[in-house]
Design a protein around this ligand. Structure first.
Ligand code: F6P
Length: 355
């Protein structure tokens, strides 16, 4: 067997741990491994395949990022190419990719990615590519799995930042608004907000009313608490409003933190500052939880290939790593369940969701 590994979409702490687990599990079976650089790049004429053996994956479990590189702009079904006149066109390069896969004598692909990448590999599997998926994203929004690796690390980073906001907010008697990532899911905001003792948490699953947010800040003021911490998910939106985008052409979310901060200052008269945590949340060494999950996912993906079960994804359904069809996992993206005990806990602790 000669298997390929690709990492696609935004990077997440734990990608290198998956790569190491896949390579060692494959080598253990007497198989050969290669890495595809930059998503699907090496199969589409962008650089060579990277031979991967025990030497190449030594000492990478704790490293953030991906030794293979990644891209969230490299969809082979809709490859963006610039025409000589500067305009752009989208081309379907799947046949080229399938031909290149065969020409390189590859028998299976382990594709590590989030919703977007897994959607692409599902389409490729339907066209005959023998692929297994490994779910990755700091957003934790892939269906069928209780957790994706990268999420725990991102939450730890965000919690640490919120902790640090407290002393400066209290010293200056300000409102601090922290915008965190997560796309259309509020898991990072919810978990880091509760763990970091935020006063207000705004998530995409609960459209907010800015009046309610300000009420909470005024109540704290009346109680002698002259500072407040507001955690806003990048995908949060006001009731009846729309999400904030920094780049509409790529649907890049961002900007809601500034808007919320501005409204709070206008409406309460409290000095307010906004901070966007941004890509910090994707960096750093994976937590123990993420490393272990990533290693378990990688080894399970190789077991799937050994059983020749393609078109499947590995997933965490505690206490087990299970497998399910990619189609099933992707049918319903994961969102914060409003009846979850985490939401109830936040409400019991007095957190406002602006509703
Ligand atoms: O999906 C991971 C993620 O970090 C999201 O939370 C965020 O919206 C997006 O990627 C940012 O993408 P980019 O790397 O293109 O800025």
């Amino acid at each position: 067997m000669r298997i390929a590994i690709s990492t696609g979409g935004g990077d997440a702490p734990g990608l290198n741990a998956v790569i190491r687990a896949v390579v060692l599990s494959a080598v253990h079976r007497g198989w050969e491994c290669v890495g595809i650089r930059r998503g699907f790049g090496s199969l589409l004429g962008e650089g060579e395949l990277l031979p991967l053996g025990p030497h190449e994956v030594r000492g990478i479990t704790h490293l953030g990022g991906t030794i293979l590189g990644t891209s969230n702009r490299g969809n082979p079904l809709k490859w963006r190419m610039q025409r000589p006149d500067g305009s752009w066109e989208e081309r379907d390069r799947t046949q080229e990719l399938l031909d290149s896969f065969r020409a390189n004598r590859l028998d299976a692909l382990v594709a590590i990615g989030g919703e977007g990448t897994l959607g692409i590999v599902l389409a490729l599997w339907k066209k005959g590519l023998p692929v297994v998926g490994v779910p990755k994203t700091i957003d934790n929004d892939v269906g069928g799995t209780v957790a994706t690796f990268g999420f725990d690390t991102a939450v730890a980073t965000a919690t640490d930042a919120i902790d640090k906001m407290h002393s400066t907010a209290e010293s200056h008697e300000r409102v601090m608004v922290v915008e965190v990532m997560g796309r259309h899911a509020g898991f990072i905001a919810l978990n880091s907000g509760i763990a970091g003792s935020a006063d207000v948490i705004l998530i995409p699953e609960i459209p907010f009313d800015i009046n309610k947010v300000c009420d909470k800040i005024r109540r704290r003021e009346a109680e002698g608490r002259h500072f407040s911490i507001v955690v806003v998910a990048e995908g949060a939106a006001p009731k009846g409003g729309t999400v904030s985008l920094v780049d509409p052409s790529h649907e890049r979310l961002g900007g809601i933190g500034d808007k919320v901060a501005h409204s709070i200052e206008q409406m309460t008269g409290k000095e307010t500052r906004a901070l966007v945590l941004g890509h910090l949340q994707r960096g750093g060494s994976p937590t123990t939880f993420d490393r272990l999950l990533a290693l378990r996912f990688g080894a399970a993906a190789v077991r799937l290939i050994a059983e020749r079960q393609f078109g499947m994804m590995v997933a965490l359904q505690p206490p087990r790593i299970v497998t399910l069809p990619l189609e099933e996992a992707l049918a319903m993206p994961r969102r914060v369940p409003l009846d979850s005990d985490t939401i109830a806990t936040a409400r019991d602790l007095g957190v406002s969701f602006g509703d």
